[in-house]
Design a protein around this ligand. Structure first.
Ligand code: NDP
Length: 448
């Protein structure tokens, strides 16, 4: 072990000691820190100024009570979070997640990832994440509204277009962003469009933001395949999840001539060998807010399988677009054995470290979430640009910008990996490229 490796090991041990029980955060830190040896070798000033140690400590963390009343008049209490992880490159930026599994460790892992992801976009945005352990499933519209209003009644004092700009994530879509923005506007007496992104295009949202994460993940996979002289045309694909990212990944895959044969939610996998019918999926999930299982009622030629079986279905390309650690080592082995050639992470950290190792060893083109799903936050930054200039761009123009940004991200990760002696390794490329940008800004600002 070199001296640099030892120092990285000791930094990781320190993070684990200082953040007990936050396993997802430990995992995210290890995944990045373990790839930074070569960059410390090349830029010893980063170690001298303790850049890694500083990056691993969030700049600020807010935890707050969110009381609200359900439809029966009963008082409910949830816990809200906002972690401003790093603002070296711009205001804190990152989504809000409403899911019962949310606790500080999940928000910190997501915020940490967001720092590097946002840096890789090349846009002036820092990294953050927030959310609550609130379960939106089965809640009425009024309950969602009351919850969002209570959540914002505390959050508003910590955010602002130049301070911290939240967006959506699991359980937070345009409806929730609408309620959150309405309450922010009411409390602050300001129509501050740029304080939230993922707004409806009817009142300040950017066209393509809804589609951006899914489309971007597919563009990233397309670029990885191009390097190998391949394309998406005719490829059989699996997409996990059936939420925002999954739906628009499926839409773009179909538009580019691929066929998505299965998707999922936390209860079921739906297999439709002719290709998932997007109109049905969108109506069930986005309009009627029903469960994925209802899809097979409308398409009797589709089959419903139990949760956890998705990755056993043979495919050429896999896009995990649901949640963290949903694709483990065994699933990765099955995918490789079935001939999968490319994996693009639409979700954040969906592949376990063991799974990533399997893909790397098998030579699968693997696009880590930091790079592959960065199209979403990049389009949020485009939404901020439009809000700041009080302008509205067309769908075509915005999608062209998104496509160009994703191509640049791919090229940057590819070239950085080659520069540091690991050609084709997008994990190393993404981590080092993002880290260098943040590190340079932090060095310039001195010890703060
Ligand atoms: P949605 O809430 O729209 O959809 C989430 C989907 O994933 C649902 O189908 C949900 O199923 C499934 N899912 C969620 N949690 C679990 C779980 N524990 N086990 C199995 N399935 C689960 O969220 P998004 O599509 O917005 O987000 C999906 C992923 O993409 C997340 O990792 C998010 O962090 C990431 N991401 C999202 C971005 C965005 O712009 N929205 C940007 C970048 C990354 P069910 O309904 O049964 O819960």
């Amino acid at each position: 072990m070199t001296r640099i490796d030892e120092s990285i090991e000791s930094i990781i041990a320190g993070v684990i000691r200082r953040n007990r029980g936050e396993t997802e955060f430990h995992q995210a830190v290890c995944e990045v820190a373990e790839t930074l040896g070569p960059v410390l070798q090349k830029h010893p000033q980063y170690a001298e100024h303790k850049i890694i140690e500083r990056i691993c400590e969030p700049e600020r963390q807010v935890i707050f009570r969110v009381p609200w009343q359900d439809d029966r008049g009963e008082v409910q209490i949830n816990r809200g979070f906002r972690v401003g992880f790093n603002s070296a490159l711009g205001p804190y930026k990152g989504g809000l997640r409403f899911h019962p599994s949310v606790y500080l460790g999940i928000i910190k892992f997501l915020g940490f990832e967001q720092v590097f992801k946002n840096a890789i976009t090349g846009l002036p945005i820092g990294g953050a994440k927030g959310g609550a352990d609130f379960d939106p499933k089965g809640k009425s519209d009024s309950e969602i509204m009351r919850f969002c209003q209570s959540f914002m009644t505390e959050l508003y004092r910590h955010i602002g277009e130049f301070t911290d700009v939240p967006a959506g994530d699991i359980g937070v879509g345009a409806r929730e962003i609408g309620y959150l923005f309405g309450q922010y506007k009411r409390i602050t007496n300001r129509y501050e469009s740029g304080v939230l992104t993922g707004k409806s295009p009817h009142w300040g949202g950017a066209l393509v933001r809804r589609e951006a994460t899914g489309y971007g993940a597919v563009y990233f996979v397309e670029e990885m395949l191009k390097v190998r002289g391949q394309g998406l045309e005719g490829k059989r694909c699996l997409v996990s999840g059936s939420g925002n990212v999954a739906i628009y990944a499926i839409e773009k895959l179909h538009a580019l001539g691929a066929r998505v044969v299965a998707c999922s939610d936390s209860d079921n996998v739906v297999v439709h060998p002719q290709g998932i019918r997007l109109e049905t999926l969108k109506r069930i999930k986005e309009v009627e807010r029903r469960r994925l299982a209802d899809y097979v009622v409308e398409h009797p030629d589709a089959e419903r399988l139990p949760a956890g079986t998705l990755w056993k279905i043979p495919c050429d390309v896999a896009l995990p677009c649901a949640t963290q650690n949903e694709l483990d080592e065994d699933s990765a082995r099955t995918l490789v054995a079935n001939g999968c050639v490319a994996v693009g992470e639409g979700a954040n950290m969906p592949t376990t470290p063991g799974g990533v190792r399997v893909f790397m060893e098998a030579g699968v083109a693997f696009g880590p979430g930091k790079a592959a799903n960065a199209g979403g936050v990049a389009t949020s930054a485009l939404e901020m640009q439009q809000n700041a200039s009080r302008d509205t761009w067309s769908f075509e123009h915005t999608e062209r910008r998104l496509h160009e940004i994703v191509r640049n991200i791919h090229r940057d990760c590819y070239e950085t990996a080659a520069e540091f002696g690991s050609p084709g390794n997008y994990v190393i490329g993404a981590n080092i490229s993002g880290f260098r940008r943040v590190a340079e800004a932090m060095l310039a600002f001195g010890v703060i």
